[in-house]
Design a protein. Structure first.
Length: 381
């Protein structure tokens, strides 16, 4: 009996060991299957991403070189001024009784534009006139007495002095009376009206400003580094004036004077220009943009600056394969917008958008290929 129990126990132990081995085997198999499944999923996902990446081509836009001219220019801002502009002030004090003009009115030289109350000056003139006539009568009588040797030289001199003084006062009174009529010293248009009728005016109080609109000028402050160039080329330099207030109206101009003085504070010199052509709509005080053409080249090929990468690299597209090609190039002649390229590059297609994220030999998607009638490889079939 004892042997039988031992055998049964051994048999039971073997069965337990077999179950454990089978369980471990199944567990390993399941683990391998799970790892294989995730490995398959990962590889499948990576392959799909790689295929997708192959399908996505970097988008770019291209441009061909243009043929024409390049101008090297210097630009500065300024204001329109009138060569002849006068602020009219009264020469006497008083109440402004009449103002015969308004802003925009045209006035002739010596035209009466305003009237100061003349009553006080009329009374002063009459008083001076009476004193003058009395002194004149006394002097003439004294002059007759001196000829008759009926008076002394001293009395005669006193009468003459009195007469001269009264004459001067009378002339001054007449002059002040004339000053009650305020006239314009120039012909032109009233640009500003500084006061109104009924106001008290004086020699320090402006009444109106008159300017000659047929003689408009520009005063531009130019850096001293251009002084020699301006002196040499002032007679031939092309100048364009743009007026933003008049829908960017463009007007020609020419240099009339260059200051012999350079400001030590601003390191600039003043250049005076006169307008040319039709500037009838332009008014003093208008803000303007002035462009001085320093140099000009015609009959050349050029590209916009947005095609240039890092100042010395250009990217082109091969029209047959739509692949990117890198070209080392450093501009020599240029302005703020474009730069000259050799004539040998005239038939190439240069990338101006998207070139910062590509590499040499990479296929590209040219967004504006139709503009240049380029057929995308693979689509012609």
């Amino acid at each position: 009996m004892e042997d039988r129990r031992i055998r049964d126990r051994r048999h039971e132990n073997r069965r337990k060991e077999d179950r454990k081995r089978r369980f471990r085997f199944v567990k390993y198999v399941l683990l391998i299957l799970v790892l294989a499944f995730f490995g398959y999923v990962y590889l499948n996902f990576r392959n799909r991403q790689q295929e997708k990446a192959k399908e996505i081509l970097p988008p770019v836009n291209i441009v061909k070189p243009e043929y024409g001219g390049i101008q090297r220019v210097f630009r500065v801002n300024g204001y329109i001024e009138s060569e002849t502009m006068v602020t009219i002030l009264p020469k006497i004090a008083g109440t402004l009784m009449n103002l015969y003009v308004d802003m925009g009115s045209y006035v002739e030289q010596n035209q009466i534009v305003a009237q100061v109350d003349s009553e006080p000056y009329t009374l002063t003139m009459r008083q001076a006139e009476a004193a003058y006539l009395a002194a004149k009568s006394g002097f003439e009588r004294m002059e007759q007495l001196l000829k008759a040797k009926a008076t002394s030289q001293q009395s005669y001199d006193q009468a003459k002095s009195q007469y001269d003084a009264m004459n001067s006062q009378y002339e001054l009174a007449k002059l002040n009376f004339e000053y009650t009529k305020i006239t314009s010293p120039i012909s032109g248009v009233v640009l500003q009206k500084h006061t109104t009728v009924g106001s008290l005016v004086a020699p320090q109080v402006p009444i109106i400003t008159v300017g000659d609109l047929s003689n408009l000028i520009i005063k531009a402050k130019v850096p001293e580094q251009y002084y020699s160039f301006f002196l040499t080329n002032s007679g031939t330099m092309s100048i364009t004036v743009e007026v933003p207030a008049l829908e960017n109206l463009r007007i020609g101009a020419y240099i009339t004077a260059i200051s012999p003085f350079i400001s030590s504070e601003s390191k600039t010199f003043e250049t005076r220009c006169a307008l040319a052509g039709d500037f009838s709509r332009v008014r003093p005080g208008m803000f303007i943009n002035i462009t001085f053409v320093m140099e000009e080249r015609q009959g050349i090929f050029y590209l916009p600056f947005n095609t240039l990468v890092a100042g010395s690299q250009l990217w082109t597209v091969d029209p047959a394969t739509f692949t990117a090609e890198n070209l080392e190039f450093k501009p020599v002649y240029y302005n703020d917008d474009v730069f000259q390229i050799p004539e040998e590059y005239k038939d190439r297609y240069f990338i101006f958008e998207g070139q910062h994220f590509i590499r040499a030999g990479q296929r590209l998607r040219v967004l504006n290929a139709a503009r240049y009638s380029l057929e995308v490889p693979g689509e012609a079939e």
